[in-house]
Design a protein. Structure first.
Length: 255
């Protein structure tokens, strides 16, 4: 049942120009782009703005579901608190913002961290929208990633899928019980069941993995939902590393 659900999700995934790229090229391109963004210093906001524009353009070409991106951006909330702490407790010189004296270096550092994290979320969303889990695992294998890391990626993806399905059923059950379809009411009523939800989803994921191993799959492998694409050609590599190359060029030739 779970494999059928996963197959339906893979079939529902929109095919985009990015989907046609070989998975290993997309994985390497993503890592190169994230590294280029990570090494961009706070003193180069124009380069970060360019990186953000590139990430948005790639995500648009990859036909990203922006609702999913909005959900992932909640991971930025701790960084917002960190940016505020930097701005309030950083060193001088100070800059006045809305009548509040804020540390200019701290504000710049906090906003840089927040911007890099947001760019990374958008870039990862582009890969997720254009690649299935088996494709990503195949790409990791082709670039020589350790087997334990590939198993971790596959099992984490499966666990998240199980948790998402269990959460949807829990919200529906709570909404029916309290007579309100609103998400806020459902989440409020189901907050006490989150621990049970995690335990049930973990047990279910373990049962699914055990069933796969009993069918002959090697431990930790992820059943293929689609055929693995052909190996990357020169065109795949050029297109995949172009976003990172643009950021690096801006770092080198920019003021």
């Amino acid at each position: 049942m779970s494999s059928a659900h996963g197959g339906a999700r893979a079939a529902a995934r929109l095919l985009s120009p990015v989907s046609a790229l070989a998975p290993e090229a997309k994985v390497v391109g993503l890592v190169a782009f994230l590294v280029a963004v990570a090494v961009t210093p706070p003193s180069r906001p124009a380069v970060l703005a360019l990186a953000g524009a590139v990430a948005l353009a790639v995500a648009a070409v990859a036909l990203v579901d922006w609702r999913a991106v909005a959900g992932r951006l909640t991971l930025d909330l701790p960084l917002v608190v960190l940016a505020i702490a930097y701005a309030l407790a950083g060193r001088e010189p100070d800059a006045e913002v809305l009548g509040v004296a804020l540390s200019e270096p701290g504000l710049r550092a906090g906003l840089t961290v927040l911007a890099k994290a947001t760019i990374g979320i958008v870039a990862v969303s582009a890969l997720a929208a254009s690649s299935s889990v088996p494709e990503i695992v195949a790409g990791l294998r082709r670039v020589g990633a350790p087997a334990w890391f590939r198993r971790l990626v596959g099992l984490t993806a499966r666990q998240l899928e199980v948790l998402r399905a269990e959460g949807a059923r829990l919200r529906l059950a709570v909404a029916v019980r309290i007579g309100s379809p609103r998400r806020t009411a459902a989440l409020s009523g189901g907050a006490r069941a989150l621990g049970s939800l995690f335990v049930r989803s973990t047990e279910r994921a373990d049962r699914l993995q055990l069933a796969a191993e009993l069918r002959g799959a090697p431990p930790g492998t992820v059943p293929a939902e689609v055929e693995t694409p052909a190996a990357a050609g020169p065109g795949d590599w050029v297109l995949a590393v172009t976003p990172a190359a643009l950021v690096v060029i801006a770092l080198v030739v920019g003021p």
